[in-house]
Design a protein around this ligand. Structure first.
Ligand code: ADP
Ligand code: MG
Length: 261
């Protein structure tokens, strides 16, 4: 099953991907984490990896090679790719977690990030997961990934919503784009300071036809770990993510969020 995690920049996408991935792995599920955010590079640290994998973009010969063909060469020419076929160092495995990264913008004037979008889309379409394996995809901020069709192959979309007007606004846009793609989506609230705020935000989202499947508190452990570049593997937020994992584990065919508009 492929689950993408999206939302406003800074809302907590990478945090949630990390917490859900760890929670799933600790419950015995094989987990693949796909870093599809071309700007931020800290996901591997949140996951507790010593080093990031070399981006898949390098495996296909770099941006220029991909730009010319707009179609990835090599193993990407095939209809299916298994996780086991991705060679090291393009895939990293630590503490039972498996991580790939599509690519990062590294230099001024290197050109737009469209080739990374193409690669993300193709990879997600082609990667064949073993039964029970869950792929969590850390999306770039905002909505451009929908325009690029990156979400085409995902089974479920999680919208991370922090308590801000802007974040709810982005969630509304994502709702429309996800529904347009006929994808199942639901919200997970993050950085929630109190039950009262959680309730208010849930109700607000419900009026917009967005169901909430989890609430992650504002957790000083997450804040400190992010400040110091440490792994996120304990604290209140982690325990709340364990609860949010339950609806994620249901089969893609079962209920997961609904549009009630
Ligand atoms: N549940 C939380 N509790 C406290 N701080 C959080 C929480 N989730 C995220 N943060 C803070 O928000 C910042 C951005 O989170 P991050 O997951 O990197 O967002 P995104 O991937 O959406 O850009 C983190 O560096 C951390 O300081
Ligand atoms: Mg991030």
């Amino acid at each position: 099953m492929k689950i993408s995690v999206c939302g406003k920049g800074g809302s907590g996408k990478s945090t949630l991907v990390t917490l859900l991935a760890k929670a799933a792995q600790e419950r015995g599920f094989p987990v693949l984490i796909v870093d599809s955010d071309e700007s931020n590079s800290g996901l591997y640290r949140m996951l507790g990896f010593k080093n990031p994998p070399v981006p898949l973009m390098e495996l296909v010969g770099g941006k220029a090679a991909l730009k010319n063909k707009m179609q990835a060469p090599g193993i990407f020419e095939r209809p299916d790719i298994t996780v086991e076929e991705i060679p090291s160092p393009y895939i990293q495995s630590e503490n039972g977690l498996v991580l790939v990264s599509v690519g990062k913008v590294l230099q001024s004037f290197e050109g737009c990030a469209c080739p990374m979008g193409v690669l993300s889309r193709e990879f997600l379409k082609k990667v064949h997961l073993k039964e029970n394996c869950i792929a969590f995809i850390d999306m770039e901020a905002g909505v451009e990934h929908f325009g690029r069709g990156i979400d085409e192959a995902v089974d479920k979309i999680i919208l991370v919503v922090e308590p801000s007007f802007e974040s709810v606004n982005v969630a509304e846009k994502i709702r429309d784009l996800a529904a347009g793609m006929k994808k199942k989506f639901a919200a997970v609230l993050n950085k929630i300071p109190s039950e009262k705020v959680a309730q208010r935000l849930k109700e607000e989202l419900a009026t917009k036809g967005i169901e909430t499947i989890g609430t992650i508190p504002n957790d000083p452990f997450v804040f400190d770990a992010c400040l110091e570049g440490r792994a996120l593997n304990q604290g209140e937020a982690y325990h709340a993510a364990v609860k949010a994992l339950v609806p994620c584990l249901k089969s893609p065919a079962s209920d997961f969020g609904k549009v009630t508009l």
